[in-house]
Design a protein around this ligand. Structure first.
Ligand SMILES: [Zn+2]
Ligand SMILES: [Zn+2]
Length: 167
């Protein structure tokens, strides 16, 4: 979605609501499309006392694969996004992420901006749950689902030999 912002910049108190589905179809992690469903984006862009603000929230549902146990799961989160929109930066101090410079023709590609914000919010380590036990390195079983006893058996190979001799 491209926002036409001339009116907003020109008229103090002007406001425009935003409500649309954002599609991010080209983001994959491990061959899995992360954003299967369109992301509902709701909020508004407004001019308050000459300052143009963008405030939206994105209902992000991510389709992810756990780094430890390889289970595929969905995670939903509401990501609030807010930026101050400017036609030009006035000082180096403004080069913050908070400030977004609009195009010369007073438009803003909202898809591109939100896409960057959403991708930045992705976790660097993906776990299905905080205390995921992962896969057993011996039998490959998912240790969240079934407790196996491989580790006990493979603690000490010398004990294993002893055990075999006693058979
Ligand atoms: Zn897991
Ligand atoms: Zn096992």
């Amino acid at each position: 979605m491209v926002l036409a912002l001339k009116q907003i910049f020109d008229v103090v108190g002007e406001s425009q609501s935003i409500d649309y589905p954002l599609v991010i179809s080209d983001c994959e992690i491990g061959g899995l499309p992360v954003f299967e469903k369109p992301i509902p984006v709701k909020g508004r862009v407004y001019n308050r006392a000459g300052i143009v603000m963008l405030e939206v929230s994105c209902e992000v549902t991510m389709h992810l694969c756990c780094d430890r146990c390889l289970t595929v799961f969905d995670r939903s989160q509401t990501l609030p996004v807010s930026h101050i929109l400017v036609t030009e930066l006035h000082s180096d101090a403004d080069t913050d992420d908070e400030y977004v410079v609009v195009e010369e023709d007073m438009t803003l590609d909202l898809d591109e901006l939100l896409r960057a914000d959403i991708l930045l919010s992705l976790p660097s380590k993906i776990l299905c749950k905080e205390d995921c036990k992962g896969l057993c390195s011996v039998c490959g079983g998912n240790r969240n689902e079934k407790e196996c006893h491989c580790e006990e058996k493979s603690i000490d190979p010398r004990l294993q030999i002893l055990g075999d001799l006693l058979k």
